[in-house]
Design a protein around this ligand. Structure first.
Ligand code: PLP
Length: 380
């Protein structure tokens, strides 16, 4: 396995160590492709592949067999293109005004989500007649339909105009996005699926895509021609409340800086939000909210903190999380020493657990993992 550690933070000096298993990402893609049968499994690698590093992740996905990538921005698409001349690359956020030449230049496909976007793309494509872009690649785009998210996409009233405008375009994908898939609201998902089918009926020959990670695991839901998982590739649970079918990809460990005791009645951290009820043993660890530990992982007199793990024993956060430091309860492992490592994410604490205990979602934790770690790409 490659050990492409971040150059500017050494293992010795780092407050925390983030291990990312690229082979597990590849296996997760392959198992999703197996679940999808006839449909093609793409990969969503926006936001630096959910914080895990776009270049190494795309490299691993290509090796696993992935051919179609989805990102949010043009500049993210350029980074994928630099790794692969053949990859099909869609820009989910559509066409930003004035940026059409960039799509042509490196062969990116915008997912057009409004009449204004379609018009701008049609005008740009007309400059080249039907000859494709300046570098000869065909000018290809997708269309997005809004089926209930009210975020991006064409509305039913836009369809006649969209049909007419797209008559001379090369369309390769019709897309919509679930609003409720993670929560498994069956009636609402079915409603969106039916609306999607009604809206795309005007373009009967163009491939379609509806499912994200959770959408792949919905019962009785058509997967159409291509699916768009992100979170599940990176080990997040696409079936909330049920056993996670994906392999873990991440481990985050922080180092202990100091161990001490507090007496009953003493408070811990800023604003004294946690008060010791008994004699307790504490460890201060070298990681804080500036490193992506959610502030709301804190343990106060009113709320139990999220857990960390040492030697299989759960050690909850005590008091507020600081910018660069946190305090955990090590009363159960009193002999733990300065320099030892604590698991914050890994085999025991999943990203979904830390999220649930911190009033956020695993997606936010993943994409906010900090820049100060010693990062290594390694087998877990
Ligand atoms: C981010 C995104 C996805 C991936 O969603 P996951 O829940 O991470 O699988 C798919 N489609 C669209 C339109 C997205 O914005």
């Amino acid at each position: 396995m490659t050990d492409l550690a971040q150059a500017d933070v050494s293992l010795l000096e780092a407050g925390a160590i983030l291990s990312i298993d690229l082979a597990a990402i590849g296996r997760n893609w392959q198992s999703l492709q197996a679940v999808c049968g006839e449909a093609e499994c793409g990969a969503v690698v926006k936001a630096d592949a959910y914080g895990l590093g776009l270049e190494p992740v795309v490299h691993a996905l290509i090796k696993a067999g992935c051919k179609t990538f989805f990102v949010a921005h043009v500049f993210e698409g350029r980074r994928v293109r630099a790794l692969s001349a053949e990859a099909v690359i869609y820009i989910l956020n559509g066409l930003v005004p004035g940026t059409a030449p960039a799509y042509a230049e490196v062969n990116l496909r915008p997912i057009l989500g409004s009449i204004a976007e379609i018009q701008e793309w049609v005008q740009f494509c007309a400059l080249f007649g039907n000859r494709g872009s300046p570098n000869g690649s065909p000018m290809t785009a997708g269309l997005q339909f809004d089926t209930g998210l009210n975020r991006l996409g064409l509305k039913p009233a836009d369809l006649p105009a969209a049909k007419e405008l797209t008559e001379r375009l090369n369309l390769s994908l019709l897309l919509s996005h679930f609003a409720w898939s993670g929560r498994g609201s069956e009636a609402r998902n079915e409603g969106q699926s039916v609306t999607f089918d009604e809206m795309r009926a005007l373009w009967p020959d163009v491939p379609a895509s509806l499912a994200n990670s959770s959408g792949i695991f919905l019962d009785k839901m058509p997967l159409h021609q291509i699916v768009r998982p992100g979170y599940a590739l990176y080990g997040g649970n696409p079936t909330p409340g049920r056993r996670n079918p994906m392999q873990a990809v991440l481990r985050l460990e922080a180092r202990i800086l100091q161990v001490q005791n507090v007496e009953p009645g003493e408070t811990i951290g800023y604003d004294g939000q946690y008060t010791a009820r008994a004699r307790q043993r504490l460890a201060t660890i070298n990681i804080g909210y500036a490193d992506g530990i959610p502030y709301s992982a804190k343990g106060t007199d009113a709320k139990q903190g999220a857990d960390t793990v040492i030697d299989g024993k759960r050690c909850p956060f005590l008091g507020r999380i600081s910018m660069d430091l946190s305090v955990i309860d090590v009363s159960q492992v009193p002999d733990i020493a300065r320099g030892s490592v604590v698991e914050l994410l890994g085999p025991t604490i999943s990203i979904d657990e830390l999220a649930a205990r911190s009033e956020t979602i695993g997606y936010e934790i993943m994409t906010k993992l900090g820049q100060r770690f010693y990062r290594r790409y390694t087998r877990l």
